[in-house]
Design a protein around this ligand. Structure first.
Ligand SMILES: O=C[C@H](O)[C@@H](O)CC(=O)C(=O)O
Ligand SMILES: [Zn+2]
Length: 276
């Protein structure tokens, strides 16, 4: 498991492109037949990717956690953005088709992830945060995730937001998770931008076509930087940073947060007129 510490706004403002990418971008989260984890010290979230082929992949504990099993003191959300998949948690099987989500609470001992067809593998994105209370293991389809249309074609940000794990959806100790799908011809996400110093955020871009990219914007609202992001790459967004992207074509992304609260609407707007 890779461990990443925090960066201050000041040191971030002095980074070059390569340094920004090493600290904030996860380029190789998804590898065939592997389960990869990155431990971020922003709210101690663990960001993961799993692409099982013939063999199921087990969510193992890591020496860094000093825990007998991965979810001993944690909770996790898992969303599939690939072919049909299965998550087995303590003997219970959750069938996860594309854009289905399963939440597993603290105390779940045995977790395996599998693809139904190795030639059309599941692509599981994982986000885990510390938990001090157990909430029930729960699956949601995207239809259960309160699909809400927002934005407009005029501003090229017409998109549908699906909320799975949050105060009014699947209950959790602190994890918040959902995803956003852009309409054909719309390219901007989370514009106008915002920050929420109560929570960190992680983004995972998917359905970005091979020859397309997303320009992801980060930094304090008055000190913005960008990262070039390809399909199945993830971004960690510090609590003080905006997180907003513009694609060269439509795409989708999973967002997730952890921290002080789990109120989805708690955002501090960063008006365009004040951004630099
Ligand atoms: O705090 C909330 C997150 O930044 C995302 O939910 C925003 C988003 O998906 C969007 O506007 O497209
Ligand atoms: Zn946000």
């Amino acid at each position: 498991m890779e461990v990443r510490f925090q960066q201050s706004p000041k040191e971030t403002s002095q980074m070059n492109t390569q340094e920004l990418r090493e600290n904030f971008l996860m380029e190789h989260l998804m590898e065939e037949g592997k389960l990869n984890l990155v431990y971020s010290h922003y709210d101690r979230v663990i960001i993961g990717g799993a692409k099982p082929l013939q063999q199921p992949l087990k969510l193992e504990t890591d020496p860094e956690l000093r825990a007998d099993y991965f979810l001993e003191r944690r909770e996790i959300g898992i969303i599939n953005v690939g072919g049909a998949g299965k998550v087995v948690a303590d003997g219970v099987t959750y069938d996860l088709n594309k854009l289905d989500c399963v939440y597993l609470g603290k105390g779940t001992k045995d977790v395996t992830l599998a693809s139904v067809h190795a030639n059309e593998p599941a692509v599981f994105y994982l986000l885990s945060s510390p938990a001090h209370q157990t909430y029930p293991n729960t699956k949601y389809t995207k239809e259960q995730a309160m699909p809400t249309n927002t934005g407009s074609h005029v501003t090229a940000n017409n998109r549908t937001i699906y909320k799975y794990i949050h105060a009014e959806g699947i209950q959790s100790a602190q994890l918040v998770m959902g995803l956003t799908i852009l309409e054909e011809g719309s390219v901007w996400n989370t514009m106008p931008s915002h920050t929420h110093t109560r929570r960190m955020e992680a983004y995972f871009y998917f359905d970005v076509k091979e020859d397309q990219r997303v320009f992801h914007f980060m930094g304090q609202p008055t000190e913005t930087r960008h990262l070039l992001v390809a399909n199945h790459q993830a971004i960690v967004s510090p609590p003080w940073s905006i997180h907003s992207g513009c694609g060269t074509a439509a795409y989708g992304f999973i967002w997730g947060m952890a921290g002080e609260n789990y109120t989805y609407t708690d955002m501090d707007p960063a008006p365009l007129s004040e951004m630099r």
